[in-house]
Design a protein around this ligand. Structure first.
Ligand SMILES: C[S@@+](CC[C@H](N)C(=O)[O-])C[C@H]1O[C@@H](n2cnc3c(N)ncnc32)[C@H](O)[C@@H]1O
Length: 257
């Protein structure tokens, strides 16, 4: 039997136009394609690119625990690869950014001796840097998943930028149609007010998901987050506080010899 393999790719955030050439080739050349996104345009596009393309979106049933969905996605992809097939699993955005089943599938495939590769894609954070004009290298940038940020009481530096993923689904474990979870936004606002002035301006950001559309950029004070219009797929950007003067002794000590 030929050796099966797994390639995990991402579509980018913006439909079709953010798919990288190498991800496109991986989808086109696979012997079996699974994808998790939904919608008639996506379906037609995937099926045209590869007639084996099969959506796993139905696994995201309302009320179902996310972890159980993720396990089934991994199992479907690996079952095909075990059978000697070159499988491509297509996720949303960058496949390695907050996509548990993508990493699980790669780990499990390798543990079983199958060849497994992940290709990078365009993430929501990449779009945010472009749309909001943020250079993560200028003042540093800290990225967290919002629930993890809260419940682990993550330590961070408010003088560097802060990006929080999944702010609409704080504390939400099952698939639900009723986002945002206001209780989560209230908790987030209260936690951030301990580090920023209540009037510090953040941005609730939603990247355009279709070519020709614009990003939704909603300024909100930290205190006002619970009443901000938060889309189900929004990401929060909190600009850094003013920075402190650089340490003069270190500046001298670091001068090249
Ligand atoms: C499960 S994660 C997937 C992340 C994705 N793999 C990526 O590369 O960005 C879902 C989260 O990504 C962010 N996200 C997804 N689509 C977005 C969009 N159109 N605009 C802004 N953030 C988005 C939100 O924080 C959302 O809660």
């Amino acid at each position: 039997m030929p050796a099966g393999s797994l390639t995990v790719v991402g579509t980018g955030i913006r439909l079709v136009t953010q798919l990288t050439p190498e991800a496109r080739a991986a989808i086109r050349d696979a012997e079996k394609v699974f994808y998790v996104t939904d919608g008639p345009v996506q379906r037609r596009w995937f099926e045209q690119l590869n007639s084996t393309a099969e959506s796993l979106h139905h696994l995201y049933q309302l009320g179902r625990d996310r972890l159980s969905t993720y396990e089934e996605i991994v199992e479907r992809a690996l079952a095909a690869a075990r059978g000697g097939v070159r499988v491509c699993l297509v996720m949303y955005g960058h496949p390695g950014v907050l996509v548990t089943p993508a990493h699980d599938a790669i780990r499990s495939a390798r543990a079983e001796g199958l060849s497994a590769t992940m290709l990078p894609g365009v993430s929501a954070e990449d779009c945010l840097f472009a749309d909001l004009g943020v250079d993560p290298g200028a003042r540093g940038c800290q990225t967290f998943e919002a629930t993890d940020f809260l419940v682990q009481r993550r330590r961070f530096d408010p003088r560097s930028a802060l990006v929080l993923y999944q702010i609409a689904a704080i504390g939400v474990r099952a698939h639900t149609a009723t986002l945002p979870n206001l209780r989560g936004l209230r908790a987030l606002s209260a936690a951030l007010v301990e580090h920023y002035p209540a009037e510090h301006q953040a941005i609730v950001y939603t990247a355009a998901e279709y070519p020709g559309c614009r990003a939704i950029i909603e300024p909100s004070t930290i205190a006002g987050l619970p009443s901000a219009p938060v889309q189900a797929t929004a990401t929060l950007y909190v600009p850094p506080l003013d920075q402190l003067p650089a340490d003069p002794e270190l500046l001298v000590a670091l001068a090249p010899e």
